[in-house]
Design a protein around this ligand. Structure first.
Ligand SMILES: *Cc1c(COP(=O)(O)O)cnc(C)c1O
Length: 450
């Protein structure tokens, strides 16, 4: 067997994040206000601190990773690049399969890469408190960990159904010292309105965003943190792909295709964008975002200006969207249930520079179980989307005899998702048909711009 892991020394950890904007053929489309005019920094500064906003708007290719951030990264970074040789054998494929293991972080996913940076820059800007939202708890627990590292108070608005059904991510957040509230609450106007409409409102991610943003906008000492979608979040995640490039260099291998699950786009961007730099310089490499066929933003959405949240609180962003009030079926990969996608990922897809494909739920769990039986690690349901696509490509290589190098981001482990695995193993998991009628109805309600 070949060596299983490629490990970097802590001293080899990247010193800068990579900003893809520097290599994009066209500048990113600006976010717009309700009047159709680009939003000014003043409006954004109500909820984001200055250093975060500067990164959001930067076109610099390299942005330094501050030493205190690198110090926290070192608690688990550099993460290993692994060869899934047992899976290759199980599949009987000539393809070589590699994965970056982001499940080794304290929160168990890639999300702390941005959470740590956001907590640090807010601390630098004199911020004492942060707010955020969380669905199943992946982002909330990552920011709870990061806020604790920089002694920032954190309040998490957690979607009420998840708060009740997924108590252990809540316990993680509380262990790291965060305050966790079931959203909707009666502390914000958005929450009170929702409760007035329905006292038993189960909550939604869009509503929890509205609550967290509203609180941050109303207090000078408090800023908001978002776990994906925005440029600065994608930027922070590039530490994944930058490490991977060094690791591949060490073994003199270069991937033919790179896969990542895609919800808001940050882990796809994190692993793929540093390789996009090579692609922009003429290198052949395919970058594939994998999404659920029940929430097919990139593959079936419209490329249009839309709100980032359900209640229309955020600026309008040009992105692939299913409509801001599209309610995706409640699939078990909660991290991929978002109506929109990162504007940067969307623009590169629109320009034909990255690819997207959609896979159905049951097949993703079959792939995750096969991976667990070959490689040991039980992946997050989100990660299973990339694994499905990789296995399909590897089986394709078996037919054609091509020894392609396939690389994916194992974005997290599934230890808090065993109830979903239970349902799969009991044969109770369903595929949801592509909800074409609901998507069309939501697209008909897209905001009119200009
Ligand atoms: C949040 C999450 C994703 C999706 O990441 P995006 O950056 O929103 O695309 C994928 N995998 C895991 C484990 C996650 O927690």
């Amino acid at each position: 067997m070949a060596a299983h892991k490629v490990i970097l020394d802590e001293s080899e950890m990247p010193t800068h994040w990579y900003n893809v904007v520097a290599d994009m053929p066209n500048p990113p489309a600006p976010p717009l206000g309700p009047d159709g005019k680009p939003v000014g920094p003043e409006q954004m500064l109500q909820i984001f601190s200055m250093p975060i906003l500067e990164q959001e708007m930067s076109a610099e290719r390299w942005i330094p990773i501050p030493e205190p951030v690198r110090e926290i990264y070192r608690l688990w970074r550099p993460s290993p690049l692994c060869r899934a040789e047992r899976l290759e054998k199980m599949l009987g494929t000539p393809a070589k399969i590699y994965y970056k293991n982001e499940s080794v972080s304290p929160a168990g996913s890639h999300k702390p890469n941005s959470a740590v940076a956001q907590a640090y820059f807010n601390k630098q800007a004199g911020i004492k408190r942060m707010t955020t939202e969380t669905g199943a708890g992946q982002w909330g627990s990552s920011l709870a960990f990061a806020a604790q590292m920089f002694e920032i108070e954190l309040r998490v608005y957690m979607v009420k159904v998840s708060y009740e059904q997924k108590p252990f991510r809540r316990s993680m957040m509380q262990t790291w010292g965060a305050e966790v509230l079931a959203s909707p609450t009666n502390l914000t106007q958005s929450g009170r309105n929702a409760l007035a409409r329905d006292p038993n409102n189960p909550g939604s991610l869009g509503l929890a965003i509205s609550e967290a943003v509203e609180e941050a906008a109303g207090r000078d000492d408090t800023k908001y943190g978002l776990g994906s979608v925005l440029n600065h979040v994608l930027l922070h995640q590039t530490v994944i792909g930058l490490e991977a490039k060094k690791q591949f260099e060490k073994i003199k291998v270069y991937p033919d295709m790179i896969f990542a699950p895609c919800g808001g786009g940050s882990n796809f961007a994190g692993v793929a964008f540093p390789f996009f730099a090579d692609k922009a310089a003429g290198k052949k490499v395919r970058l594939v975002a994998v999404e659920p066929s029940s929430c097919p933003t990139l593959t079936k959405g419209h490329y249009a200006y839309d709100f980032g949240d359900e209640s229309g609180y955020t600026p309008l962003m040009l992105m692939y969207t299913l409509g801001h009030d599209f309610m995706p079926p409640s699939i078990h990969a909660g991290g991929l249930r978002y109506h929109g996608d990162s504007p940067l990922v969307s623009q590169l897809l629109k320009e034909g520079l990255v690819e997207a494909l959609a896979v159905p739920q049951v097949a993703t769990f079959a792939a995750g179980v096969q991976f667990a039986r070959a490689e040991g690690i039980i992946p997050a349901p989100e990660s299973n989307h990339a694994i499905r696509a990789v296995i399909d490509e590897a089986l394709n290589c078996k037919k054609t005899g091509e020894p392609k190098v396939l690389f994916f981001n194992l974005s997290g482990h599934g230890h808090f998702d065993m109830a979903s695995y239970d349902r799969y193993l009991a044969g109770k998991l369903e595929d949801y048909d592509y909800p074409a009628a609901e998507i069309q109805a939501a697209l008909d309600r897209l905001p009119k711009v200009g």
